[in-house]
Design a protein around this ligand. Structure first.
Ligand SMILES: C[S@@+](CC[C@H](N)C(=O)[O-])C[C@H]1O[C@@H](n2cnc3c(N)ncnc32)[C@H](O)[C@@H]1O
Length: 271
């Protein structure tokens, strides 16, 4: 049974500790969705945009380059500090996606890049994104495609299934791959008050150092998957690491591995 407060606290504590490893391992991947995301919500010179769950501020930085006026929000003080260092000209604010610190109708556009799968109450966050938009304003979010397609997750989950335990006790959250389903994205957007909803897929390739690059990225730069890995026994963790290393060899190109990690991009307009 899901305890949203416990899951929220678990995610919050986790994100406070990972800004640097996240930036190192995941930045080159999540940044690949930025241009499709900004285009989906029509960001241009003068657009008032909120970047929800901004993390190190990648989307905010790109939107600022298009001439938009940006507010970046994240519930992690450490992420906000990192974002502010990365993009000094944008105003970042600590705040919760489930209770945005802004008035109704103040933005033309809202985006959330790979934030939704970390939320204890995603429906509430979608409703909040809708609330802060003006009528006719646009919202878009991304989530990972299913592990059958998002190879980095496929490799790690298979290794845990084979050599460890996928059912260790962690604060339970909403299903990690819930928004990998286009129908679920459409349903949730309509329920939150959006119309003209659309879902597309963004092809992405994750470049990581060969060897332990994927294992380290998951163990050091995530929250839920890292929790799953850390909860394994020491022996199981060694075997899981070896299995991940073996599987990534198939994707090796020189000193790096190139893993397909497509994203689902869902968007809608405030009715
Ligand atoms: C996977 S990172 C995505 C970061 C960034 N948007 C990117 O494109 O790489 C998820 C981010 O969501 C933030 N987050 C998770 N739950 C949140 C919440 N309830 N409110 C605000 N931010 C949240 C985390 O602190 C983290 O920075």
């Amino acid at each position: 049974m899901i305890d949203p407060d416990a899951f929220h606290a678990f995610e919050h504590a986790g994100w406070e500790n990972v800004p640097e490893p996240y930036d190192r391992a995941w930045g080159n991947l999540t940044s690949q969705a930025i241009e499709p995301l900004l285009t989906a919500v029509g960001v241009q010179q003068g657009t008032k945009m909120i970047d929800i769950a901004t993390g190190p501020g990648y989307v905010a930085a790109a939107a600022a380059k298009r001439g938009a006026k940006i507010a970046g929000v994240d519930f992690s003080a450490a992420m906000i500090a990192q974002a502010q260092r990365n993009v000094p000209d944008v105003e970042f604010r600590q705040g919760d996606a489930e209770q945005l610190p802004f008035d109704k109708g103040v933005f033309d556009a809202a985006v959330m890049n790979f934030g939704i799968l970390h939320l204890a109450r995603p429906e509430q966050a979608l409703a909040e994104a809708c609330r802060v938009l003006r009528v006719g304003g646009s919202f878009a979010f991304t989530a990972w495609a299913k592990p059958e397609e998002a190879v980095g997750f496929q490799i790690v989950l298979k290794a845990i299934e084979q050599f460890g335990n996928l059912t260790v006790s962690l604060p339970e959250g909403p299903p990690f791959f819930r928004f990998s389903e286009p129908e679920e994205c459409m349903r949730a957007l309509v329920a939150a008050g959006f119309q003209s909803s659309k879902v597309t897929k963004v092809p992405q390739i994750w470049r990581l150092p060969s060897g332990d690059g994927l294992f380290e990225a998951m163990k050091e730069g995530t929250v839920r998957t890292a929790g799953l890995l850390r909860a394994q026994t020491a022996d199981a963790l060694i075997r899981i690491g070896e299995a991940i290393r073996r599987s990534t060899r198939t994707y090796q190109k020189g000193n790096v591995v190139e893993l397909p990690m497509p994203a689902i991009l869902a968007s809608g307009t405030k009715a």
